[in-house]
Ligand binder design. Structure first.
Ligand code: AKG
Length: 385
């Protein structure tokens, strides 16, 4: 740190945003999320549910034609062993598996109990599944001796992966959150979330307000971030916040069943340290979702969600301001469509059939559905609203 740390505002800057009161009425944990912008809930999901979800994800991975199995991590070595990913996230195939719907239901129950509300009153985002082979890590690598949210500049412009998932001009810390349920362990060497969190008496709101005050240009909407819910974060701003004792980067060590939650407004992304020689990374499996009271989601936003998700496409974390997640694996930009695995040809065809009205939306019942498929769709609809 350079010199003396900058003194935190007294009284601490309170959280602003649509969810601030909801967090205030919840558990002490929710007040920690409101004030500090992150929360690690250990053993939030039972070992039985963790095993059930892992097996169901393995079934979906097998049904998609991929050889990797999380029940046998050594079967996962190469990118081709798992569905195609973007920054270690699959936003195309696994988010619509039975496993993912069930996982969102379980994660929603955890969040509802912390918020002290009825689970059915919360809607979920339909975001990505983390399914990552052990050879993958974002750049720059995480360094436990000098922890930072991985981020870099390219030609002077922030180039990720560290980012926030909010419009650059939305200054509120409590407008949206991201909840990550891990089904695999994560040590420093393994891919898992890193967040920039406030130090000492600083609140997350105070930290981000200070960053905006000091670096107004770093929060101006740009061509690349024209005003949708996401922007890359500048490594210069991160360095300044750390050097002044305002922020520190945190990569919590996670065990299967742990839930890590953070405000979409604080800088974050996944990172991993270089493993020591001869040591392998654990492949990563988990799911990420945002939750929001159904009563606070406008009807128009609900219909937009049904349209996006109904045609087998993932959303970002924001429930009340839904947007599409990455539609298609990045790697396919360089691959002829004939060479895509059959699974992706089928997904493309299904999307077209739903959009042209030849098939019902994917959350609607189908005459051929089994009882268990109908049950999963009921849960699907209750998460979607
Ligand atoms: O993969 C992670 O841990 C972080 C995910 C992330 O950055 C995001 O979904 O916005």
């Amino acid at each position: 740190m350079l010199g003396t740390p900058m003194t935190a505002p007294d009284p601490p800057t309170p959280a602003r945003g649509a969810l601030a009161t909801l967090y205030s009425n919840g558990s002490e944990n929710m007040q920690h999320l409101r004030d500090k912008g992150y929360l690690h809930l250990k053993n939030a999901v039972s070992p039985e549910d963790v095993a059930m979800l892992r097996n169901k994800f393995d079934e979906a991975i097998a049904a998609g034609g991929f050889p990797g199995r999380f029940a046998n991590p050594s079967s996962i070595q190469r990118p081709e062993d798992l569905p195609y990913h973007f920054w270690g996230l699959d936003p195309v195939y696994l988010p619509f598996s039975d496993a993912a719907i069930k996982a969102r239901g379980i994660l929603r129950a955890v969040m509802a109990s912390e918020l002290k509300v009825d689970a059915e009153s919360l809607l979920s985002s339909f975001d990505a599944v983390m399914a990552t082979h052990p050879g993958y890590q974002t750049q720059p690598a995480f360094d436990p001796a000098r922890p930072r949210v991985p981020m870099k500049l390219k030609s002077g412009v922030p180039a990720g992966p560290g980012h926030i998932d909010q419009r650059p001009d939305n200054t509120s810390i409590a407008d949206a959150q991201q909840c990550f349920l891990t089904l695999t362990p994560a040590q420093d060497k393994d891919m898992s979330t890193v967040v920039l969190a406030p130090c000492g008496k600083w609140t997350a709101q105070g930290m981000m307000d200070k960053a905006r005050e000091q670096f107004p240009d770093a929060f101006k909407p740009t061509k690349k971030n024209p005003g949708d819910n996401g922007m890359m974060f500048s490594p210069d701003v991160q360095e300044w916040l750390i050097a002044n004792g305002i922020a520190k980067a945190i990569k919590p060590k996670l065990e299967p069943g742990d839930v890590f939650i953070w405000s979409s407004a604080i800088p974050h992304c996944a990172g991993a340290a270089k493993p020591p020689r001869g040591v392998k990374r654990h492949p990563r499996l988990g799911i990420i979702s945002g939750f929001y009271p159904a009563s606070m989601v406008p009807d128009q936003a609900k219909e937009k969600r049904r349209e996006i998700v109904g045609s087998h496409q993932a959303t970002g974390q924001q429930v009340h301001e839904p947007g599409k997640h990455m539609a298609w694996p990045q790697a396919f930009r360089w691959m002829k469509s004939e060479a895509w695995p059959q699974l992706y040809k089928d997904i493309k065809e299904m999307r077209q059939a739903v959009r042209s009205g030849k098939r019902p939306r994917i959350y609607e019942d189908h005459v051929l559905d089994s009882e268990s498929a109908k049950e999963t769709k009921r849960l699907f609809r209750s998460l979607l609203g």
